[in-house]
Design a protein around this ligand. Sequence first.
Ligand code: C5P
Length: 193
Amino acid sequence: MIFTVAIDGPAAAGKGTIGRAVAARFGFRHLDTGLLYRAVGAKGGDPVAAAEALVPGDLEREGLRTLAAGQAASRVAAIPQVRAALVEFQRRFARAEGGAVLDGRDIGTVICPEAEVKLYVTASAEVRAHRRWLEVGGDEAVVLAEVRERDARDMGRADAPLRAAADAFVMDTSVMSVEDAVARAIAVVERRL
Ligand code: C5P
């Protein structure tokens, strides 16, 4: 079976948690596409060359989940040639036999406009910063400023800006429990299967 679940939304909205749970429930493969951009940002040097040379092992590297790695990722993600170098890998993953869940910023709009299910997962900047702060610690005001900066960069770039696809099911998780959010996402997928 070929079946793609595209999950987009801003940082710390719950995409990863929902994506992993949906994949586990249906036995689909899961790709956190943010890791691709984090790995490119972490390689240093010329980001276009880094994206063209990216291998799956690069996604396992330590330190990719930090705030700094997220900022570096969103900078390289604004470069059209970096995005272009990563398209084929993501499309192959999405359309390989067995079902796939991809989460990111442009999955439903650019990578897989034909996805069977599109979810747009969001939450207020304050709620998302609080969740991220629980994971990383430090000064919550700084975390909020970083979340806002990354939102502005991801939504404002010319190539593949973050936005909900016209046919996406929008979920605001600001006042939703993880269990609720996962249950709703699973219900949406079940209706399309
Ligand atoms: O999702 P995550 O926070 O790991 O993403 C890191 C950065 O990578 C994002 O801020 C965004 O700039 C970029 N990204 C993207 N397109 C994707 C996934 C991530 O531009 N599909």
